[in-house]
Design a protein around this ligand. Structure first.
Ligand code: ADP
Ligand code: TRP
Length: 322
């Protein structure tokens, strides 16, 4: 069975956009492939996050969210990147095979270095660590968003450069583009993103969730007038988590008039609470029980480490270390 592998950056508590765009589709896939590796990319996060408490908290909340939504750690090798230090050793070797000039052309570095204040060397060599994440585990398929395609190309490229010198060492991975048909809108009607400050945080407490939902921007159509469901963010979000009949009922309410956005927002709020009731409870249980999450991640790291050692030794021998 092909090995699927992907990393998730732990930049905070996952929101509704992360859930519908990334977490749920990946969990669905993991039910079909029991040879999947999924890890929390905390070594990548330190390119940006320099606060140990926040770094730890983010890993815990990211892991708790995935577990709450049904990731089964018996099926998936679920681990934290920093628990398998072999990856940093491999990243170093790989960076000695990849031209500086190519790395300086990476779009993601160009983009981040134009926006961030802390433009460190880790940010620059980010694609080498990502190549190591993939090559260390003999991964075949890497599901990623479009923005990460160049990183997978770099992983293939650096592996091929090693092969030209030493013969075959690594499996050449291929990207599988997440069919991100889902482009979830945030409270201001633009793409939901932590950096846009427009998220719906499905795991936060009820009163904060209520405030976020009430703050969704809507048109100024008056209560009595019919409303267009197609250009309404409240309707958009409701339809992503509801069944056909519920969607149709809300559509009819919009079209017939006499139904306010406030009513639709309350409906959305109650829908989120009801739909994610179990997951919200489980998330809190995991989040308040860091030892349990820790033991799941360490068990995953043990397995990942075994695979990693094997591949790393294969390469060390070729390099002349050992
Ligand atoms: P953010 O933009 O909030 O920082 P990330 O970049 O950490 O989110 O995204 C993590 C994952 O969630 C990625 O796979 C990304 O494609 C997905 N994702 C994030 N926001 C959305 C959205 N609004 N709609 C669909 N998917 C999203
Ligand atoms: N860079 C990826 C992102 O920002 C996260 C990541 C790190 C990753 N290592 C990886 C994804 C290896 C796939 C494979 O989303």
């Amino acid at each position: 069975m092909e090995r699927i592998l992907t990393g998730i950056q732990s930049t905070g508590v996952p929101h509704l956009g992360n859930l519908l765009g990334a977490i749920l589709p990946a969990i669905k896939k993991s039910h079909e492939n029991t040879n999947a590796f999924l890890f929390i990319a905390d070594l990548h996060s330190i390119t940006q996050i320099k606060n140990p408490e926040i770094l730890k908290k983010n890993s815990l909340s990211t892991a708790s969210a995935w577990l709450a939504f049904g990731l089964n750690p018996n099926n998936v090798c679920f681990y934290r990147q920093s628990d398998v230090p072999q990856v940093t050793e491999l990243a170093w070797y790989l960076s000695c095979f990849f031209p500086f000039s190519r790395l300086s052309l990476a779009h993601s570095f160009k983009d981040k270095s134009s926006r961030f204040i802390d433009v460190n060397a880790g940010l620059f060599s980010y694609p080498m660590l990502m190549a190591a994440d993939i090559l260390l585990y003999d991964a075949d398929v890497i599901p990623v968003g479009k923005d990460q395609l160049q990183h997978i190309e770099i992983a293939r490229d650096v592996a091929s450069r090693v092969h030209t010198k030493y013969g075959e060492v690594f499996k050449l991975p291929r990207a599988s583009l997440n069919s991100q048909t889902n482009y979830i809108l945030g409270t201001d009607g633009t793409k939901m993103s932590k950096s846009n400050n427009n998220t719906i945080d499905i795991f936060c407490d009820e009163s904060d969730l209520y405030k976020q939902i009430m703050s969704i921007s809507t048109s100024s159509t008056s209560l009595n007038d019919p409303k267009n469901p197609e250009d309404c963010t409240v309707f958009h979000l409701y339809s992503l988590i509801s069944d056909k009949k519920e969607i149709n009922d809300l559509k009819n309410q919009y079209l017939s008039g006499g139904y306010g956005y406030g009513d639709a927002k309350k409906l959305l709020f109650n829908k989120i609470l009801k739909k994610f009731e179990n997951e919200r409870r489980k998330y809190n249980e995991f989040n308040q029980n860091p030892d349990k999450v820790e033991s799941i991640l360490l068990k995953g790291a043990k397995k990942a480490s075994q695979v990693g050692d094997e591949v790393l030794n294969r390469f060390r021998k070729k390099l002349g270390f050992n």
